[in-house]
Design a protein around this ligand. Structure first.
Ligand code: IMP
Ligand code: MG
Length: 181
């Protein structure tokens, strides 16, 4: 893995493909233990969770469904704090076991607004599974029940995560080099 450039910023390798694959195996095992007999519905948050969701769910050998919601809150490399619902959920969630999949938990605003939206439809349980948790010094509005990796407070791209829409399809995760503001 070498350094990459996305738009105007330089990024250095943070989490490689082997490490990601290994952690996906472990998360899949945890989910299997909890959900193998529950026919859960995974709700992945677009756009950021698309690669994480695809890699994780292809490792599950029990019946499950997948659906998507689309929200937007982020511009550039700083959270705006506003969460807009662009595509909502169409499935009936009544009595279902839901697992929300997201790319990264930072302030938790995105996830708490999706959580509130889904809870209106009376699911049996709702849990959160996020690829990354970013340590920003304050605890997020919602906790993650399942998490791939905890990372320091640096802006990251790749494996679904973007910088202004770019850099999502790198197969590994890269962190912004310090001192570029
Ligand atoms: P929160 O609402 O503050 O928890 O922010 C979470 C959302 O912001 C995620 O779903 C991402 O889309 C985006 N985000 C947060 N940190 C990063 C990052 O380092 N790189 C790319 N997107 C990020
Ligand atoms: Mg995003």
């Amino acid at each position: 893995m070498t350094a990459i450039k996305v738009k105007d910023k330089d990024f250095a390798p943070l989490i490689g493909e082997t490490e990601l694959a290994q952690r996906m195996d472990e998360l899949a095992a945890e989910l299997t233990e909890a959900y193998a007999d529950k026919r859960p519905l995974f709700v992945a948050i677009l756009n950021g969770a698309f690669i994480f969701a695809a890699d994780l769910l292809r490792r599950l050998n029990f019946p499950h469904e997948i659906s998507f919601v689309k929200v937007s809150s982020y511009h550039g490399t700083a959270s705006t704090g506003r969460v807009k619902e662009l595509i909502g959920i169409s499935e009936n969630l009544d009595g279902r076991h839901i697992i929300i999949l997201d790319d990264i938990l930072e302030t938790g605003r995105t996830l708490s607004s999706v959580l509130r939206m889904l809870e209106l439809s009376k699911p049996a349980t709702v849990k959160i599974c996020t690829l990354l948790i970013k340590d920003v010094g304050v605890s997020p509005e919602v906790p993650a029940d399942y998490c791939g990796f905890r990372i320091a407070n640096r802006f990251v791209v790749g494996y679904g995560l973007d910088y202004d829409g770019w850099g999502r399809s790198f197969p590994e995760i890269y962190a912004e080099e310090e001192g570029q503001e």
